[in-house]
Ligand binder design. Structure first.
Ligand code: BMA
Length: 308
């Protein structure tokens, strides 16, 4: 078993939130000044999403702030595009700034917003960095060959939703986009795939924890897998693990707001070579498990499936 579930999952539920929410899920987590900071998504009781913040000293026991961390913008250029809610944050630390990419929903579709914070107290919306329709945009935590880099997941009507890469000199203008990884037919990720956690730098490449979806007669099943990207040219995928690393198995993953879902937006690499992987269970609760980074890299390399 590559990912060991924490015994006391779920680690956060709606009952831990001091304002009215229906769910707590799909959270990014980073370590900031010795504290684990979790930025999580919640459905409000009207079905639209906001982001909350929780903190922890050990990565397992979190305390939620009294008020939401980020709610849809009420002014400026973001207002129009966040009217239906904000979802699924990812956080990358570059230099001394945390960059939060999140899905912004409106009648125009789903775009990606980029916000910045240094302290998780004040937050500045920087730019809407895609047009519609994109979700799951995950930044690499450093510039690569002088450019910011991100994994993209645009939507398409004629091709299964896949992972692309794009680059930017300034975080605002993005280009040089390229398709790098596709769902594999009749495989656990055959319906669609998307980047999950911020990529983790390892001596053998960037480790990308991604999600894959399989359609069944009983709806879709969301699972997690891993891919390894070249350190200097992450558009080159070295290997993709053939088997999933995590699938819905526990009650809190099988049953909830959306059943049969494990969905990852963040992972924290620890100094001892382990990684805490955080995932939303059934779009309802937050869970955590641990894995060894080296084992996940081995998993990519020992039984690979083609990236495309
Ligand atoms: C995806 C997104 C995720 C969600 C998943 C399972 O399309 O909406 O936020 O966790 O579906 O419902």
């Amino acid at each position: 078993m590559l990912v060991k579930r924490y015994n006391n999952n779920p680690i956060l539920t709606k009952d831990d939130v001091p304002y009215p929410v229906a769910t707590v899920h799909n959270a990014a987590v980073v370590k900031h000044q010795g504290l684990y900071i979790m930025i999580f998504r919640s459905h409000k009781p009207n079905g639209r999403s906001i982001l909350g913040k929780a903190t922890s000293t050990d990565g397992y026991t979190f305390k939620v702030d009294n008020a939401p961390f980020m709610t849809p913008a009420t002014q400026g250029e973001f207002k129009e595009y966040e009217a239906y809610g904000i979802e699924d944050p990812r956080i990358a630390l570059i230099d001394d700034e945390y960059l939060i990419s999140y899905s912004a929903y409106s009648k125009h579709g789903v775009r990606i917003g980029l916000a910045k914070t240094k302290d998780f107290e004040t937050i500045e919306r920087f730019s809407l960095i895609t047009e519609a329709d994109y979700r799951n945009v995950v930044l690499f935590p450093e510039k690569i060959n002088g450019l910011y880099a991100r994994l993209d997941r645009p939507h398409s009507e004629i091709s299964p939703w896949s992972i692309w890469i794009s680059y930017s000199p300034d975080l605002k203008f993005w280009g040089e986009s390229k398709l790098i990884m596709k769902p594999l037919q009749y495989h656990w990720d055959e319906m669609k795939i998307g980047p999950g956690a911020t990529p983790i730098k390892t001596p053998r490449g960037w480790l990308n924890i991604y999600h894959g979806v399989f359609p069944t007669m009983d709806g879709s099943v969301y699972r997690l897998g891993v891919a390894l990207h070249d350190i200097n040219d992450p558009s080159q995928i070295i290997a993709v693990g053939d088997d999933w690393i995590l699938q819905p198995e526990e009650q809190y993953e099988l049953v909830g707001y959306v059943h049969n879902v494990v969905f990852c937006c963040g992972a924290v690499a620890e100094d001892d070579g382990s990684v805490k992987i955080y995932w939303g269970g059934a779009d309802s609760v937050m869970c955590v498990g641990t894995a060894y980074i080296e084992s996940l890299v081995d998993h990519c390399l020992t039984s690979s499936r083609p990236a495309m």
